[in-house]
Ligand binder design. Structure first.
Ligand SMILES: Nc1ncnc2c1ncn2[C@@H]1O[C@H](COP(=O)(O)OP(=O)(O)O)[C@@H](O)[C@H]1O
Ligand SMILES: [Mg+2]
Length: 257
């Protein structure tokens, strides 16, 4: 970030993608994409299915590697990080995958407590106490003893989020968090993002192919199109964009789908 931007009081960047290009399976997926995400921002990445949104955030936690460019988390270069450094990074920058991968052989609280037990070596009852605290934070403490298999996708998502929060990340990445959720569950998610998590000044990256669903939560939106960054700005700027590609995407016209 330049001195001028600092002077304007913009938040310091936590996540920086600089001139990222990546080819997968012989196909160029992203070309020369640069995005900077400030501390405490709710930053949404949108674009039609298959455009490279998941690829984008997977690169940030070292699950995929760009061919060119630099990716920094709190100023640390992610590209080329060794496994030990990546493991630390993934504690600071939690990722909630599209499909909540819970162990159905364990209760919800046992699922949430897993990372605590693995990384902090707490006694089981202390781990449970901490797990319950994070479940309360996302409003699901009453599900502690439930079997995850009995829950719908919205509640499973909240269990997965509570589990991610136990690592006390400074940033959290959500991949299609509301896809497949009913409207009530989707609204619960939105409230969590704009309420509790924003209140904790968490930097949040939300990937979605449904632009309308993120208008309510985003501070800033990036739209990817044909491998490139097509739009970067506020929800208000997106809404009033004169770019035909952006307009078609917002209106969901089949020409751009
Ligand atoms: N590991 C991979 N190997 C090869 N191709 C991949 C891999 N991951 C994603 N792709 C391809 O990259 C493109 C973008 O995928 P993705 O980021 O998942 O899209 P979306 O924007 O829907 O999240 C797709 O064409 C997908 O098939
Ligand atoms: Mg995806």
């Amino acid at each position: 970030m330049s001195v001028v931007e600092h002077a304007k009081g913009l938040p310091a960047p936590v996540i920086e993608f600089e001139n990222i290009s990546i080819t997968l399976g012989g196909r160029p997926i992203l070309r020369d994409v640069s995005i900077s995400i400030g501390e405490g921002e709710i930053f949404c990445i949108v674009g039609r299915s298959g455009v490279g949104k998941s690829v984008m955030i997977k690169q940030l936690v070292g699950l995929l590697h760009p061919d060119e460019g630099s990716i920094r988390f709190k100023g640390r270069e992610v590209v080329g990080m060794d496994d030990a450094a990546l493991q630390n990074l993934r504690k600071e920058c939690g990722m909630v995958f599209q499909h909540a991968t819970l162990f159905d052989s364990m209760s919800c609280i046992e699922n949430v407590a897993l990372p605590i037990r693995r990384h902090q070596r707490l006694k089981p009852h202390h781990a449970r106490e901490r797990a319950l605290m994070y479940m309360a934070e996302v409003g699901i403490e009453h599900l502690a003893e439930k079997d995850p298999a009995t829950l719908g996708p919205g509640l499973r998502k909240l269990v997965a989020i509570a589990r991610t929060l136990t690592m006390e990340p400074r940033a959290i990445l959500f991949d299609e968090p509301t896809t497949g959720l009913d409207p009530l569950a989707a609204r619960k998610f939105d409230e969590l993002v704009t309420g509790t998590l924003a209140g904790a000044n968490m930097t949040q990256v939300v990937v979605s192919h449904d632009v309308r669903s993120i208008f309510d939560i985003a501070n800033k939106i990036a739209m990817l199109h044909e491998g490139r960054l097509r739009f970067l700005g506020t929800p208000g700027e997106l809404e009033t964009s004169n770019d035909a590609v952006v307009r078609n995407f917002i209106l969901g016209q089949p020409g751009e789908e």
